[in-house]
Design a protein around this ligand. Structure first.
Ligand SMILES: Nc1ncnc2c1ncn2[C@@H]1O[C@H](COP(=O)(O)OP(=O)(O)OP(=O)(O)O)[C@@H](O)[C@H]1O
Ligand SMILES: [Mg+2]
Length: 375
């Protein structure tokens, strides 16, 4: 496709520099360029661009954006700025921009931005979820990986996974990925990245599911500062409709930060002798400090035998609060899937595990109005 671009840039030097990038591009045409926004809306009306790059650092950029959308209904407006900030970007997206691009940009950066923003737009209402476990070996990595696939298949939406289990993250192994970059590089670069740049730090599983893989060696944990992790999560929210975050077991700065930045936190525990109920209850007591804890924190038990609604209700009774979902004992299918480098969901799509995962995916996609139905 030939992109017909209108460039609006108040800085003369940048106007020259960005014009050259577009003029030298094989599949782009610089239809018009303006240093002044009033010219763009005045004499610019004779042009019919399909992409408008709007300098978002002009004083009245929001008004201008809305006027441009009215005058050029066939064009996608991408705002440009020298730094990415979640609040101002979200403001522009709400006002109708298709995306936000950091300048100066290269041909590849511009092309990627146009491709992604015109296809998916920038995500505005991401549902971010942290999967927390009081103790290790809860089945949460297995759950996240399969759940991400189930959600993407049902919705066709973009789903991201962040492996923030900084020391022992194994999401890459799970999906058989060989990441070029990991959360360490993403965190290092977070302060000067835009969401679009961050996307290239994710490793692709398929067209819909992307993973920001964990550190390659446990000692690299020190390289991921909490504020950088927060920046990565914040930015990732504008890339994906659903964001699933794997965190280290227990309460620690990483798991707390991720949970605080998420819309929902799932407390996950694997049945193994019965103490799990106590562990989860204790974890919930800590989360109870959140005002909206009842809506934001949900419980999932894995390896529940028998895995049915009656067991879920029994666990609800023992817990004294609703249990969102139960996963069956699926050791065989989970380990067979791991050996084959496949998802359990794909290996046995009709298995009880697949059914439980699809059930939970369904509740994430269409949250029931009246809670769990237990009360
Ligand atoms: N539903 C299940 N039934 C039985 N075994 C399971 C189930 N889910 C996962 N497992 C097995 O339990 C072990 C731990 O699973 P997983 O790695 O998903 O848990 P985790 O909570 O992420 O563990 P870690 O604390 O090591 O990160 C794995 O050997 C996995 O094969
Ligand atoms: Mg894990």
């Amino acid at each position: 496709m030939q992109y017909k671009i209108m460039l609006i840039e108040h800085n003369r030097l940048l106007l020259e520099q960005l014009s050259k990038v577009i003029e030298n591009a094989p599949d782009m045409e610089l239809e018009a360029r303006f240093q002044s926004s009033s010219d763009a809306l005045g004499q610019g009306r004779v042009f019919s661009p399909n992409i408008i790059l709007l300098d978002a650092e002009i004083g009245n950029a929001t008004e201008l954006l809305q006027e441009l959308i009215g005058v050029f209904p066939g064009a996608a407006v991408i705002c440009t700025g020298e730094k990415w900030e979640a609040e101002s970007t979200s403001h522009f997206i709400q006002a109708g921009a298709s995306g936000y691009l950091i300048k100066p940009f290269t041909y590849n950066g511009l092309k990627e931005a146009i491709k992604i923003y015109t296809a998916n737009g920038m995500e505005m209402d991401c549902h971010a979820m942290t999967f927390f476990s009081p103790k290790g070996k809860s089945g949460k990595t297995t759950l996240i990986a399969n759940l991400a696939m189930a959600i993407s298949r049902t919705t066709g939406e973009q789903v991201g996974i962040i492996d923030a289990d900084l020391q022992f993250g194994d999401m890459a192994v799970f999906f058989n990925l060989e990441p070029q970059s990991t959360i360490v590089e993403a965190a290092r670069d977070a302060s000067f990245l835009s969401p679009l740049d961050l996307r290239s730090y994710y490793t692709k599983v398929n067209d819909k599911v992307y993973v920001l893989c964990g550190t390659k060696t446990p000692s690299l944990i020190d390289r991921v500062a909490i504020d950088s992790l927060e920046a990565v999560i914040k930015m990732s929210r504008s890339l994906f409709k659903y964001l699933l975050i794997d965190v280290p077991a227990g309460f620690n700065p990483t798991s707390i930060a991720a949970a605080e930045m998420s819309d929902t936190t799932y407390v996950v525990a694997m049945m193994n002798g019965g103490y799990e109920v106590k562990h989860v209850q204790r974890a919930l007591e800590i989360f109870a400090g959140w005002e909206d804890c009842a809506n934001r924190v949900k419980t999932v038990f894995t390896r529940v035998v028998p895995c049915n609604d009656q067991s879920r209700r029994k666990l609800t009774e023992a817990m004294g609060c609703p249990v969102e979902a139960v996963m069956p004992n699926a050791y065989m299918v989970v380990s067979k899937a791991a050996d084959n480098g496949q998802m359990a969901l794909d290996l046995e799509p009709d298995s009880p595990l697949a059914m439980s995962i699809n059930y939970l995916a369904g509740r994430i996609i269409h949250p029931p109005a009246g809670g769990t139905g237990d009360d």
